[in-house]
Design a protein around this ligand. Structure first.
Ligand code: ATP
Ligand code: MG
Length: 580
């Protein structure tokens, strides 16, 4: 066994900074936090080359005295706490005294600072933890921190960084978060040659800031008063999105991540938004120091609550009360709100533990419904999806309850959900067109506007050749994209498509994967839209045509969403039950 060594300070610093500085956005985050803690009323952020070659944050806050500059970059040196007890009371964003020391271990860092106008300030320059320069320097009140050559001495870390587009998206997101948390501070952000928000005006109104950054028009707002905690939520359900990037939580003006909170909030909308859609949410909370603990994670993104359930319930209740059924669009067929009155209808008893996953027609057995198609039960070879169905001699008997078509064959009665059947047929037709590259672009007489944020618009712009392949012609403005043409049959899905595509592009997904997942998703929706619904009139020859079309499908017995298309009762079973 090799001997145990105490690592030299330089190595210790290098290892510990990894937890704080994981990507260029972490640098931006730490510098913006310092600027806010200094009491600044204005903060300007700049980044070049996804922050790898240059990041600067300038503020007009308290400044750092010339003789304290070396302390500012020393590890565990902070002006924000003095002893252990202070941690539980801490209100500032930083308190560990680690951030600047961590940055200068993996980059070249310069600080220019002065505590008052007209008073000589100072400059300190460190690179890889080593001091290069330190002198008096004339500068206005406040601080500018410049970071260059990020991860110059950490090649492994550099290799594992995400794409520049992704990192720019992270920088934008982190500055958005702080700008949202502190509407009283003027912010500007410039990445490369692009201004993301130019001089966001200062005000005390969080909602005004939300509108300024995201431009949501269907503003809605709920607020409750609580003796222990102030909770303010802004939700924009009508601006629903395909991802959760528009959901923010702030506790005591600190942006935090807490999926349980977001889940609680989203549950309040269950049944009111299309499945898979997420409402933009802005949750602001004020909690007294005694009931939260911020010293949980080096990046201070997590907070421990004394009684999390109470908080989740409160978030749920405030949104649930505000967005009651009467006030919002109800999307049919979606799950009920937990605890709401109407329980879902009892399910038909299915055979086998895996029965609900059935992918095919249901066949009646004694007292049960069993899947004719494979149940996915372990160790059992899946049967062909249409096992048990012979497609010949289907005779249309009639329609029942406005939604079922009844057919008879020599050995069974079949009850078909005709909407599901039509979905399956349309789905396979459209899929064929897409995969064979035959999707025709459809020009729109009046372009459709889709509101997106800056990072989404950038991602689309950079991939215009790919979009053309999809039949999409787009025109861009600051906050919107105008769809001039789209794949034929896709109209009405512009917003959904563009959000999905841009989210995938930002996440660095490959074009082929995007194409497949998008095509599949869009096709399912289109097939559903194009298909007849319950109550639609249907003629005998159309009903029988369904059988012919279904027969041609690769998976005729389930709709694209996985629901069974047909319920079959064999005559033998009827004989048994009716004692014939
Ligand atoms: N922009 C700034 N304006 C004024 N003082 C600053 C600024 N940036 C840093 N400082 C001073 O430098 C000290 C060290 O900053 P650093 O970010 O390393 O630690 P911290 O903010 O105290 O804690 P944390 O590591 O949690 O961020 C701060 O405590 C503060 O006194
Ligand atoms: Mg700090």
């Amino acid at each position: 066994m090799p001997r145990i060594n105490v690592l030299p300070e330089e190595v210790r610093n290098y290892i510990s900074c990894g937890e704080v500085i994981e990507s260029p956005y972490s640098v931006v985050k730490e510098l913006v936090e310092n600027a806010l803690d200094s009491g600044a009323s204005r903060i300007d952020v700049k980044a070049l080359d996804a922050g790898l070659s240059f990041i600067s944050v300038t503020d007009n806050g308290s400044g750092i005295a010339y003789d304290e500059l070396p302390l500012a970059v020393a590890p565990f040196a902070t002006s924000k706490i003095k002893c252990k007890n202070d941690i539980s009371q801490v209100r500032s964003l930083g308190f560990r005294g680690e951030a600047l020391a961590s940055v200068c271990n993996v980059a070249a860092l310069k600080i220019f600072s002065s505590v008052a106008d007209g008073v000589a300030g100072g400059m300190i320059y460190r690179e890889g933890g080593r001091e290069i320069d330190y002198r008096k320097f004339a500068c206005p009140k406040g601080t500018t921190v410049e970071v260059r050559k990020l991860f110059f001495n950490a090649p492994v870390r550099k290799r594992f960084l995400k794409s520049p587009k992704y990192m720019n998206g992270e920088i934008l997101r982190i500055v958005q978060e702080y700008a949202l948390s502190r509407p009283d501070v003027v912010f500007s952000l410039r990445i490369d040659d692009k201004n993301y928000f130019n001089d966001l005006d200062a005000s005390d109104d969080e909602r005004a800031r939300v509108l300024k950054i995201f431009g949501f028009e269907n503003a809605d707002y709920a607020e409750i008063a609580n003796p222990v905690m102030g909770l303010r939520c802004f939700a924009y359900p009508l601006e629903y999105k395909s991802s959760r990037r528009w959901q923010f939580i702030f506790v005591n003006k600190r942006p935090i991540t807490n999926s349980a909170f977001l889940k609680a909030a989203e549950n309040a909308f269950e049944g009111y938004l299309p499945r898979g859609k997420h409402p933009p949410l802005f949750i602001y909370m004020t909690a007294s120091s005694g009931i939260i603990d911020v010293n949980v994670h080096p990046a201070k993104r997590e907070i421990r609550f004394q009684s999390p359930r109470t908080f989740y319930q409160m978030v749920y209740d405030v949104l649930r009360n505000k967005y009651s059924k009467n006030k919002m669009a109800v999307y049919p067929g979606k799950p009920e709100i937990p605890g709401d009155s109407a329980a879902p209808p009892p399910a038909l008893p299915l055979q086998g533990a895996d029965a609900p996953k059935t992918t095919g027609a249901m066949i009646y057995t004694q007292g049960h419904c069993a899947a004719a198609a494979h149940t996915g039960a372990e160790g059992r070879k899946p049967e062909a999806p249409d096992a048990g169905i012979r497609w010949d001699n289907f005779r249309y008997v009639g329609k029942s309850h406005g939604k079922f078509l009844i057919f008879s064959t020599p050995d069974a009665i079949h009850i078909m959900d005709f909407h599901a059947a039509a979905e399956r047929i349309n789905y396979e037709k459209i899929q064929l067109k897409i995969t064979s590259g035959n999707i025709a672009a459809q020009k729109l007489l009046v372009p459709v506007e889709v509101k997106l944020d800056a990072s989404e618009i950038d991602a689309l712009k950079e991939n215009s050749a790919f979009l053309v392949k999809l039949g999409l012609a787009l025109k861009y403005s600051i906050r919107s994209v105008f769809v001039q043409s789209l794949p034929a049959g896709f109209s009405g899905l512009e917003k959904d498509m563009l959000e999905k595509i841009s989210a995938c592009l930002i996440d660095g997904k490959k074009h082929n994967d995007i194409f497949e997942s998008l095509a599949d998703r869009a096709v399912k929706i289109i097939a559903c839209h194009m298909s007849p619904r319950a109550g639609d009139d249907i003629r005998a020859h159309e009903a029988e045509a369904f059988i012919g079309e279904l027969k041609k499908c690769s998976e005729p017995l389930r709709c694209p969403h996985g629901r069974p298309v047909m319920f079959t009762i064999p005559v033998s079973k009827m004989d048994l039950v009716l004692r014939r």
